[in-house]
Ligand binder design. Structure first.
Ligand code: SAH
Length: 257
């Protein structure tokens, strides 16, 4: 019986899928893709006779049943998820269902949209002495978030935060972040459809971002990035400092000579 591949499609640009993911799409007999977010241009990698299903209109049972049927005919199946499947991909329940049916599967990682957003912003999230931590989170919506992980609670760390699935609640996000400890002049950026041709970037501060984002009519498929890394004087990394000795390079400091 063939293995099922759960593949990360990357953030949108069809060239940002892994080589392995692309190869699996090219030999798939059946592709079930998360149609609400996966760029349909990725389906151009499929064979002309590939059967393609959009899971946006399917239930979990229908997805699993489609996979089960295909696998029983020994067809190659790819389940295509946006970004990396481990982040808000709802893949756990699919993997558990496959396990129950004794269908073997493998997960192929992808470039998550929070990383494509960093690339779009030309921004490093982990700046020395500013923040060495990236928090991946979301505001509570129809999926609840445990209270101890509320934006307000997480804001106390003043780390770099990448907030998924929340741009339509930006007013509330800003309120939570400021109540939690970020000052109103903390820099924030919103990246819509990072890596797609229609990518949009809006930069501002907590006290003015909501109006700017409304002006651009951005209410979905966007990453909120907040934190002082976006606008600050940081300490230079030790890694490339001339005097710094590490495993691969001898530094020039008196002590090390
Ligand atoms: N597994 C995906 C996330 C799925 S949840 C990943 O790793 O990226 C869907 C949310 O991801 C969207 O609401 C949005 O917040 C974010 N997102 C997905 N694609 C995006 C893109 N190209 N640009 C910005 N945000 C994106």
């Amino acid at each position: 019986m063939n293995k099922v591949y759960i593949v990360g499609a990357g953030p949108g640009d069809p060239e940002l899928i892994t080589v392995k993911g692309q190869r699996l799409l090219q030999c798939a007999d059946v592709i079930i893709y998360a149609g609400s977010l996966v760029n349909p241009a990725l389906l151009d990698y499929a064979k002309p006779d590939c059967q393609i299903y959009n899971s946006a209109s399917m239930t979990l049972d229908e997805v699993i049943h489609t996979i089960e049927k295909a696998v029983s005919k020994n067809l190659n199946v790819v389940r295509l998820h946006t970004g990396d499947p481990a982040i808000y991909g709802a893949i756990q329940e699919q993997m558990d269902a496959l396990k129950k049916l004794a269908i073997s599967f493998e997960v192929i990682p992808g470039v998550s949209s929070f990383l494509a957003s960093a690339a779009a912003l030309k921004q490093e999230y982990t700046l020395p002495e500013i923040s060495q931590t990236v928090i991946i989170t979301r505001n509570a919506g129809r999926t609840p978030v445990p209270e101890r992980e509320s934006l307000k609670a997480l804001a106390a760390h003043k780390a770099t935060m990448c907030i998924f699935l929340s741009v339509h609640m930006l007013d509330e996000v800003v309120k939570e972040l400021t109540t939690g400890g970020y000052s109103p002049d903390t820099p924030i950026a919103v990246v819509q459809k990072a890596s797609w041709p229609e990518q949009k970037i809006v930069r501002g501060h907590l006290n003015n971002i909501a109006a700017k984002v409304k002006d651009q009519s951005i209410d979905r498929t966007a990453m909120i990035v907040v934190g002082n890394c976006l606008e600050s004087d940081y300490a230079l990394s030790r890694l490339y400092a001339p005097e710094f000795t590490h495993m691969y390079r001898k530094g020039t400091s008196a002590k090390d000579k």
